[in-house]
Write a protein that binds this ligand. Sequence first.
Ligand code: AMP
Ligand code: MG
Length: 522
Amino acid sequence: MIKENEDIKASSFTQELPEDPSQLNQSRIVEKACFSRVNPEKFPHGSLVHTNPLLQAEMGLENLNERELLALTLGAHPDTEGKTFAMCYGGHQFGQWAGQLGDGRAINIGEVENEGRGYALQIKGSGPTPYSRRADGNAVLRSSIREYLCSESMFHLGVPTTRALSLALSGNKVRRDPMYDGNPLDEKGAIVCRVAPSFIRFGNFQILAAREDKENLEKLLKYTIKHHFPEIEGDLKTQAVSLLKAVADKTREMIIHWQRVGFVHGVMNTDNMSIHGVTIDYGPYGWLENYDEEWTPNTTDAQNKRYGFQKQLKISLWNLLQLANGLYPLVDDAAPLEDILHEYDDLIMKEYHQMMCAKLGLENWEETGIGFVKQLRGLLTKNQIDYIMFFRLLTEVDSYSEEEIKALLEKTSYQSEEVLKIQLDEWVEWFSELKEHVQKEGSSKEERAVKMNLVNPKYVLRNYMAQLAIEAADEGDNSVLNELFELLKNPYDEQPKMEKWFAKRPDWALEKVGCSMLSCSS
Ligand code: AMP
Ligand code: MG
């Protein structure tokens, strides 16, 4: 069904890849197919909470009015009729192969092309699909606000990410047990319309490899290269190897950005890894406050801390190894895939060091010892220093005097003055080495500050901030959501009227559900 002048086109994914012959919308195993046709639920009482005019314009959709945007978000826009589908993928969850997962509550509604760029649209929370397993296909307002605000904030921070076009209340209640402790609540249901070059994940390849469905694996590879990596050439084997290399490069870039801004994804399962190296599936994520490399906000992972902050570097490699295994049937030779993974390991450590030096305002990263950065990481941990505030305020250090260093630590530490005093000598020593590096490089304080402020954000979406937006929005007051959305558009700028958001985590947030502890319930 091709209509003229429609804004949203049918996804090439559905036109070029094998379709599930059944249209039964019931949890089931779907084999020999990459997707199932599925219609979103109907939401007659839905209403818009927020829209994103900048992204709308970027996508060439500025002509959509509010009524149409609402319809789009609820999966009821006439342009998307007959085009909606859910993808089949698998994945490793917390290190274990989990078999078929798939879009359990995200429904793909079509594609938009504007100024040579393609955008796939997905509505998350729009009802069950064959991949919903035992869940309901819905999403709650709390997790939808978190995805909506955070993905846009990441974009403005310069971190590769899926984006968010609009957020609506579904008009339905959704039952959830937010802390998995037997206390279910009826919460407001919501839907986010999110956007990415495509929603293909490592797991889309993995599921086909696991099922030894080489025919469709080859089709998916060719489709992915044709539409998303057109620069890749060569025979099938070369294409598969080159795809791993391209995805590894993009993934590495994303992870270095996460470490730079202090973002902890929380659920780096391979079904949550995009082949475009964009941050996807915002669940129990968090932002580092007191520096702690093991920290993860995800209560499900509290014991093992598999996905803790610093582990993200190595876990990304582990995840790429799973993608390599997913592509292996098309290559039949482990060596070229292993070479890429070994190279990844070397490069990510080097780029991490380079990035940390940039945060310190040092360009000669090759001459700055890894030990020097490691020592800082140790001190930040020991003194519970706020990651964002420390690096942002570091530009103020000028004389490197003990008083100046002490003042910086007092402003940024979650510890008492007495405890800080004990470590002061170590800090003074570390800062004297920093001073030597800075003097050797010879740039002025002002020049360094300009560069540092471009890599050290002033404003990020701390969990307590998202929580304040959620609590207000739950009462029908969207003012905090609006304020944060605007604030986070310019995270590197001084915004004097918004200084209250440049602050350490308040004490009340330390033990509060939704702030320092989050489950996967969403
Ligand atoms: P996640 O941990 O959110 O990445 O989800 C893992 C898998 O569970 C994915 O296949 C999701 O689509 C699915 N899933 C998560 N929550 C729900 C839900 N409420 N209803 C249906 N499927 C869900
Ligand atoms: Mg997911």
